[in-house]
Design a protein around this ligand. Structure first.
Ligand code: OGA
Ligand code: NI
Length: 358
């Protein structure tokens, strides 16, 4: 995995470009016309990803629980994306953790650079996805850290400032993992598997979980670039705590891009490539991207519930038959994510290419 210890060229934080007051963004951030946000037409403003109230999942009544589970099943099949409210994670903790991260990104550059990351693990403060020299860049700085498995959790690699940051990360991650586990059980049953199937397939108590905090500075030419180019998430499931005040996430729906309007205190949940693989394509990881704007910065916390790196991931045998042959080959998550880490966001190319060569 450690094939590259260093970035191939100096990494410039996007925040630095934004703060420098430039009016014209460097060419490396300018997307091809077909990829620019101006190609968006919100022709169908009334449709959007489903919103699901999880309150009934906590009820003793089996029928009420089933009703919510079936809404989740439809959302996974039809959208691959949904928002959840009454999800059990403390709203105050969601907001405090997000604001602590905002403070981190407002610290002097020298403080943030102490955590500068390398392409061998991606852990720390960075501005680049993909190690190939000369690749197109996105208008985004980020901080990436591991929460699970416990063996690779290292609090010393997390920001020491603001002083509340490490404790908040721990509390927040614990609650988000609980929500992730709950959803994994529901997805397992929805797929006709036993309740613990997905969590065991991902490594049981040793599953992976990491946090990617995205910081999208103001951009003088938002129509020419993207905060994150189109991609599907390589891992299992993503639980996104988006900026309450600024939208930016867009989800592909057929030929159009829909902008998600984040509801207060909601998480935006989406299916990643590994769940597409285990479900043998019943659930699809859906392409999404982020647009930026010239008025407001945006902070989002993407929590990835993943398989442990060494876990071989393949379609569940229960979902494979003569009629429905395995669509994807077996591969560990470490092998799988190497592609993303090398090439950066590239739509759904990777999972689709597996499919054509099972
Ligand atoms: C991601 C992602 C969306 C957002 O980090 O993979 O898609 O709204 N983030 O920041
Ligand atoms: Ni994503």
């Amino acid at each position: 995995m450690n094939f590259l210890q260093k970035w191939p060229e100096p990494v410039v934080p996007v925040q630095h470009l934004s703060d420098s007051g430039i009016r014209v963004i460097p060419g490396r951030y300018v997307k091809k016309p077909s990829e620019r946000p101006s190609s968006v037409d919100s022709a169908e403003p009334d449709i959007n990803i489903p919103v699901i109230d999880l309150q009934e999942l906590y009820s003793d009544d089996h029928l009420l629980r089933r009703r919510t589970a079936s809404l989740i099943d439809s959302a996974c099949r039809e959208w691959g994306f949904f928002q959840v409210v009454n999800h059990g994670v403390s709203h105050e903790l969601m907001a405090r953790t997000r604001e602590a991260w905002r403070e981190f990104f407002h610290l002097p550059m020298a403080e943030k650079k102490k955590y500068a990351n390398s392409p061998s693990t991606y852990e720390g403060y960075g501005s680049r996805l993909g190690v190939e020299k000369g690749i197109s860049l996105d208008w985004n700085d980020y901080f990436f850290l591991h929460y699970l498995p416990v063996a690779i959790r290292d609090r010393n690699k997390w920001p020491a400032l603001p002083v509340s940051c490490r404790e908040l990360i721990e509390k927040y991650s614990e609650e988000v993992v609980n929500l992730g586990e709950k959803l994994m059980k529901i997805l397992s049953v929805n797929l006709g598997l036993r309740e613990n199937y997905l969590s065991e397939a991902f490594g049981g108590d040793d599953n992976g979980a990491c946090l990617r905090v995205n910081y999208y500075p103001k951009c003088p030419q938002p129509d020419l670039t993207l905060g994150i180019s189109s991609h599907s998430d390589p891992g299992g499931m993503t639980l996104l705590n988006p900026d309450e005040n600024v939208s930016g996430l867009q989800v592909r729906h057929g030929a159009i891009w829909l902008t998600v309007n984040p509801l207060p205190n909601a998480f935006i949940i989406n299916i990643g490539d590994q769940l597409e693989v285990v479900s043998n394509g019943k659930y699809k990881s859906v392409e999404h991207r982020v647009i930026v704007n010239s008025e407001k910065e945006r902070v989002s916390l993407a929590f990835f519930y993943n398989p442990r790196g060494e876990m071989p991931i393949k379609p569940a045998e229960e979902l494979v038959s003569e009629e429905h042959p395995a669509l994807y080959p077996c591969m560990t998550f470490d092998e799988y994510r190497l592609y993303f880490r090398t090439r950066g966001p590239s739509g759904k190319i990777q999972v689709e290419s597996l499919k054509s060569h099972p």
